[in-house]
Ligand binder design. Structure first.
Ligand code: G1P
Length: 266
């Protein structure tokens, strides 16, 4: 039996260049889907999954993110500084001391998953059975492949895979499949050693995918193919799609929106 997960890390130090000019003064994770900052969705998912200890990795202290969470009482939040933008693997590594030897989870606020069952909670239950790392997976269209981490895997049952390899941002012709890593991870503490051995990869950054690939060569790593709806809010069009998807799903929050969309006669 694996340990239960009590701690989470949210990397929020990305510079948000795809969202300039707004990210000159607003952190990317504070951009809203409808009226809720993407990071707030991540925190809600953690709370629903029984996690109340969180480290947010930021690129500067005293930011809008800290201000936003000042009055949150039911989550203990620690802010950790990533001094240089060295990639996701490096951002997660900054939390090593805080994680203090335990297994933990990571949520990327860019990846909004709308559904009843929190994806992280499902992944924690896989971790508790196998005591391994677990990655969230979703099948994506060919054109998305070069922008994501892509896995090679053996399917174990309808939603569970054993990962044999993962590649960060492959060319479509080099991709082992169309199964992408979506921003939910459970890590055992060993991941920190694998990150430390990882050299710069795609985009000249320390990629978490490369560290997981090294781990998958030596240990079991599982994947959870989640059924819920997923939005990539990491670019302006994706953020807008997520807002529309959210408002359509909760029509009472946006009276008139569906009528407006129909009136466009697309
Ligand atoms: C990151 C990960 C990538 C993953 C993606 C999911 O990429 O490096 O493996 O597929 O998140 O959103 P980024 O979006 O930071 O480029």
């Amino acid at each position: 039996m694996g340990s239960s997960i009590k701690k989470a890390v949210i990397p929020a130090a990305g510079l948000g260049t795809r969202f300039l000019p707004v990210t000159r003064s607003v952190s990317k994770v504070m951009l809203p889907v409808f009226n809720i900052p993407t990071i707030d969705f991540a925190v809600t998912e953690l709370k629903k999954s029984g996690i109340n200890s969180l480290a947010i990795v930021v690129s500067g202290l005293n930011s809008d993110i800290q201000k936003y969470f000042e009055s949150v009482a039911d989550m203990q939040i620690e802010f950790i500084l990533q001094e240089e933008a060295n990639g996701l693997g490096d951002a997660i590594l900054q939390a090593e001391k805080w994680v203090n030897g335990e297994s933990f989870c990571v949520i990327l606020p860019d990846d909004l998953i709308i559904g009843e069952a929190p994806t992280i909670k499902q992944m924690i239950s896989i971790h508790s059975r196998h005591d391994t790392a677990v990655l969230a997976l979703k099948s994506v269209e060919d054109e998305r492949v070069p922008f994501l981490g892509i896995v090679e895997s053996q399917q174990i049952d309808i939603s569970t895979h054993r990962i044999t390899k993962c590649v960060e941002k492959p060319k479509i012709e080099d991709a082992p499949s169309n199964l992408a890593i979506i921003g939910r991870y459970i890590f055992t503490n060993e991941i920190f050693e694998y990150i430390k051995q990882t050299t710069k990869g795609a985009l000249g950054e320390i990629q978490i995918t490369d560290a997981i690939n090294a781990q998958a060569k030596e240990k079991d790593v599982y994947g959870y193919e989640f059924p819920e709806e997923h939005f990539d809010t990491g670019n302006p069009a994706g953020l807008l799609e997520a807002s529309i998807g959210y408002a359509v799903r909760y029509p009472e929050k946006a009276p008139g929106l569906i009528k407006f969309i129909k009136s466009l006669n697309l």
